[in-house]
Ligand binder design. Structure first.
Ligand code: CTP
Length: 203
């Protein structure tokens, strides 16, 4: 196995603020990203972790929003050999963030959301010849078909497909496709074991 690569790994769900104290997020607990960081370090790689969830185990770059995560990836991506986007990045963010805490009233409240930048797609488009870009695909149905479309559309080297039940869970069952290779199934197992196998694919 090749050692001493520099892996850039993202973990956790982003927080998209409505006002100073409230945000839209998702059920990600960062487990897969942390497990990947751990497995990569154990395999002898250098790891830079960009995360929305604090942990003491890894030297990390902390971010909250999709916009901040994008800025951090843009900063660290040029120096890495491989990016693994394990973070659950929000696809939408409030079009306007209230500067003050929103007061309650008895009327309905409507929020307008605007799309965020697709960080993975940016990385696929801007990667250099020797850089590897890997992403995840969370699919309710047509798992392989939809994931393969993401692999092509985002110009990825590898896609790890799983179902929404994996988010926030201890274990994962995933299907992996590398560009120009066949699908590989990894049976339901602890995320640490799945992560170890994913890292072994990085060459
Ligand atoms: N991702 C990203 N930037 C976003 C949204 C997602 O980099 N704004 C990354 C995720 O980290 C993941 C991959 O894109 O590695 C796929 O995320 P997923 O939610 O499965 O797909 P989307 O591209 O968001 O499309 P959809 O939600 O419509 O399935």
């Amino acid at each position: 196995m090749i050692k001493n690569l520099h892996l850039l790994i993202t973990a956790g769900g982003t927080r998209e603020y409505i006002d100073p104290v409230r945000f839209i997020s998702n059920a990600s607990n960062g487990k897969m990203g942390f497990a990947l960081a751990d497995a990569a370090a154990k395999a002898g790689h250098k790891v830079t972790l960009i995360t929305t969830i604090k942990n003491s185990k890894f030297k990390s770059v902390y971010v909250e929003t999709a916009e901040q995560m994008f800025a951090a990836v843009r900063k660290y991506f040029p120096k890495c050999d491989c990016l693994i986007m394990a973070a659950a990045v929000a696809d939408y963010t409030p079009a306007k963030k209230s500067k003050l805490k929103i007061k309650k009233s008895d009327k309905n409240l409507t929020f307008r959301l605007k799309p965020t930048a697709d960080i993975l797609k940016w990385a696929g488009k801007n990667k250099k010849k020797n850089q590897i870009v890997a992403g995840f695909a969370l699919e309710d149905k047509n798992l392989r078909k939809n994931a393969e479309e993401k692999l092509k559309d985002k110009k990825l080297d590898m896609i790890i497909a799983n179902t929404p039940s994996t988010i926030g869970a201890e274990k994962a069952a995933v299907q992996i496709k590398q560009k120009n290779k066949n699908w590989v199934t990894l049976q339901n197992a602890d995320k640490s074991l799945i992560a170890k196998k994913i890292v072994a694919f990085i060459k």
